[in-house]
Design a protein around this ligand. Structure first.
Ligand code: ATP
Ligand code: MG
Length: 309
C-alpha cells in the first residue's frame, strides 16, 4: 500500500510515507526522539478512493507545494484577516534564508521545511457546497455528517451556510471516518474541538472569498492542525490544494445545467470520475490513461495560474 521507495536525501532520514507525501527528519535526530523540524516532500503520486494510482501526475508535487505556500502566505494576514499560525519553519520565498538552504536541491520546489507539531487526529473538513460523500449522505437521509439540511437540494448546490464536518484521521492503512462534532469533542476535548471548528470555518470563509475574486468556487476543503511547542494550535500539512479541496469554475457553475457542467473542477475529480467508471473497486486499480494524466496536470496548473497570477 505504501508507495515507491522515497529518495535518499543528504542530511535527512526518511521516517514515513503517506499516500502522497514523504516525511524526513534531520539525519542526526536520535532514534525515537522528536525532531524540531521535518521535511515534507510532495511526490507526484495521486490517490483516489484511498489507493495510490499509477502513473503519477508530472509536476504535481511542485504545483501543490507552490499552491500551499501561496495560501499560507495569504493566511498570515496579508488579506487583512488575522494571522493564522502555520507550520512553516522558514520563509520559503526568501533567497538566502538559512533554513530554506537546508532543503536538498533534489526536492527543491516540492518540499516544505516545517516545525514538527503534535498533530490532532481530526481531518477538519469544511463544505460550502453539497457533493461527493456529502451528496451521497444527503440523498439517503437529508443530512450531512448528521447535520439536517433543507429538502430539494441537488448535487453541486450551495449549502445555506458552510458546514464543519470533521473526520477521524485513521492510523496508517485504515480509512478515515466521518464523525459528528460531538465525537470530535470526545476525541480531542472540548477546547481543541471548538478551536478546530472555529479556525476551519474562518479559514474556509476567507479562502472562499479570495477564490471568488478569481472566478473560482471553493466547494469544500480539508485542514489539519497540530500544537506547537508553545501550545499554539497551528495550521499544518498542505493547505487549500487541489488534493485537499474541490475547486470549480464559478461561471460554469452559474450557467451549467448538468452536474458535470456545473462542477467543472480544478482538482482530482477527473481521476475519481475515470476510476469510478473503469474500476469495480476490487483488487488493484487500473493504470490511468495518458489523456487523464495530461488533463489532470493541465487542470492543476490552471488552478495555480488562476489563483496566483
Ligand atoms: P493521506 O494520503 O490520506 O493524506 P496521510 O495524510 O497519512 O495520508 P500524506 O498526506 O501523504 O499522508 O503525509 C503527510 C503526513 O504528514 C500526514 O500524516 C500529516 O498529518 C503529517 N504532517 C503534516 N504536517 C506536519 C507537521 N507540521 N508536523 C507533524 N506532522 C505533520
Ligand atoms: Mg494527508
Amino acid at each position: 500500500m505504501i508507495p515507491a521507495s522515497p529518495l535518499a536525501l543528504d542530511g535527512w532520514r526518511h521516517v514515513y510515507s503517506g499516500k502522497v507525501r514523504d516525511l524526513y527528519v534531520p539525519a542526526d535526530t536520535a532514534e525515537g526522539a522528536s525532531p524540531a523540524h521535518l521535511l515534507v516532500v510532495a511526490s507526484d503520486r495521486v490517490s483516489a478512493f484511498d489507493h495510490v494510482l499509477s502513473p503519477g501526475i508530472p509536476d504535481k508535487g511542485v504545483l501543490l507545494t507552490t499552491l500551499s505556500l501561496w495560501w499560507f502566505d495569504r493566511l498570515v494576514g496579508s488579506d487583512g484577516g488575522r494571522g493564522i499560525p502555520n507550520h512553516l519553519a522558514a520563509d520559503h520565498a526568501l533567497e538566502g534564508d538559512e533554513a530554506v538552504e537546508l532543503i536538498p536541491d533534489a526536492v527543491r520546489g516540492r518540499a516544505m521545511l516545517v516545525r514538527s507539531l503534535d498533530m490532532q487526529p481530526i481531518e477538519c473538513v469544511v463544505r460550502g457546497y453539497l457533493t461527493g460523500s456529502g451528496w451521497a449522505e444527503y440523498q439517503a437521509s437529508r443530512t450531512v455528517c448528521g447535520i439536517p439540511l433543507p429538502e430539494g437540494l441537488t448535487d453541486g448546490d450551495r449549502l445555506p451556510e458552510p458546514l464543519y464536518t470533521p473526520a477521524y484521521k485513521a492510523p496508517m492503512g485504515e480509512h478515515d471516518e466521518n464523525i459528528t462534532y460531538e465525537r470530535s469533542v470526545e476525541l480531542v476535548g472540548d477546547d481543541t474541538a471548538t478551536a478546530l471548528r472555529d479556525l476551519s470555518l474562518e479559514i474556509y470563509r476567507r479562502a472562499a472569498a479570495i477564490a471568488e475574486e478569481r472566478g473560482l468556487i471553493l466547494a469544500d476543503t480539508k485542514f489539519e492542525f497540530g500544537y506547537d511547542d508553545a501550545g499554539v494550535l497551528t495550521l499544518a500539512d498542505e493547505v487549500l490544494t487541489s488534493d485537499s479541496s474541490r475547486y470549480w469554475d464559478a461561471e460554469a457553475w452559474r450557467t451549467g445545467t448538468t452536474p458535470a457542467e456545473r462542477m467543472a473542477s480544478f482538482d482530482k475529480q477527473i481521476v475519481r470520475d475515470w476510476l469510478a467508471a473503469n474500476w469495480d473497486k476490487q483488487g488493484e486499480p487500473p493504470a490511468l490513461p495518458d489523456d487523464i494524466v495530461t488533463r489532470t496536470r493541465a487542470r492543476y496548473a490552471e488552478l495555480l495560474e488562476r489563483l496566483t497570477s
